[in-house]
Write a protein of this length. Structure first.
Length: 324
């Protein structure tokens, strides 16, 4: 993995989370080095694209013709693994050839190797799960040992498929337009063999075309919307070299709602009283020489008559020099 466990999982994988496939899959298949989404609308498009891609990978026809075919689902899982193992590096290689005309791609090696390791980890987990599922049928007494492990792996792979379907093995760390591109290519490669061979799995022509082509067409439409929004809102284009793309940070978390202070800001708080006396009422001293009840309190050095008159003994304090 990427150096150490902490650098891959960001410390999210603990001994306690290993018992819960949901949290373990989140830590393993959505590593800390994958960049966060820059747009909530793009994140919603990813979820819709993921649902349509899941339909393409599993095959709706297994639910329509004769009920759910468990063995056929296992076969589709292995087929999808092989497709992912070959088509993902091939598609990325083609894009590297396109980008190489506009600049060096050597700086993308760390992100490319991380994505490749995540791809191999996911495919290996799928193969291990399928092998154990088939072995559990004839395990006899050992089913007591294999059963819990297989159930844990099923939850682990199912949750992991959700994460890698959204981030497509962290290829957004190479270029943010790679995940929708890879989802489109993979969904078509999963559907075209049935269409080209005419294997509609017992369905009529109209229903067969609907179920075989409906999912990849949906994935393609949503992927185009996703890439169009990235280009219009953020200037990110698939054909442009990753080094020329703007480095955008994810939006900051929403501010917590403002909670006004309890109680009236103009009155005493709960359990509080005003100090004795009205601070805006008359002073505690004696009225001034004009009888003003708001004069300075007793003992105030300024309570000696008019502070603006001439002091005693002033030679100019001899009456009005201008006369009457």
């Amino acid at each position: 993995m990427a150096g150490s466990q902490g650098s891959w999982t960001g410390g999210a994988l603990t001994a306690g989370s290993l018992w819960k496939p949901k949290y373990a899959a989140r830590a393993v298949f959505h590593p800390a080095w994958i960049p966060e989404s820059i747009d909530p609308a793009v994140e919603q498009l990813k979820k819709i694209r993921l649902i349509a891609g899941t339909v393409a990978a599993i095959g709706v026809y297994t639910f329509v013709e004769g009920g759910f075919a468990f063995d056929e689902m296992l076969e589709n899982m292995l087929t999808a693994s092989v497709v992912l193992l070959f088509i993902t590096p091939l598609t990325v290689g083609i894009m590297l050839f396109v980008w190489r005309r506009r600049g060096s791609v050597s700086g993308l090696k760390p992100s490319l190797f991380n994505s490749l390791k995540l791809l191999l980890l996911f495919v290996g987990t799928i193969v291990l799960t399928v092998v154990l599922l088939r072995a559990a049928g004839g395990a006899g007494f050992f089913i007591l040992v294999l059963g819990p492990a297989v159930l844990w792996l099923i939850g682990f792979v199912a949750r992991g498929a959700w994460h890698v379907g959204a981030n497509f093995f962290g290829t957004a760390g190479v270029h943010r337009c790679l995940p929708p591109l890879l989802a489109t290519v993979t969904s078509w490669l999963m559907a075209l063999p049935d269409l080209l061979t005419g294997d509609l799995h017992g369905l009529s022509l109209g229903m067969g075309v609907l179920f075989i082509l409906g999912a990849p067409m949906t994935v393609t439409g949503i992927a185009l919307l996703e890439m169009r929004r990235l280009e219009q809102q953020y200037g990110i284009r698939l054909a442009a070299h990753p080094a020329t793309q703007p480095h955008l940070a994810p939006p900051p978390p929403p501010m917590p709602p403002y909670v006004p202070p309890q109680g009236s800001p103009y009155g005493p708080g709960p359990g509080q009283t005003y100090p004795p006396g009205n601070p805006y009422g008359p002073g505690t001293g004696q009225p001034d020489h004009h009888g003003n009840p708001y004069g300075p309190p007793a003992g105030n050095p300024y309570n000696q008559g008019n502070p603006y008159g001439p002091p005693a003994g002033n030679p100019y304090n001899q009456g009005n020099p201008y006369g009457h």
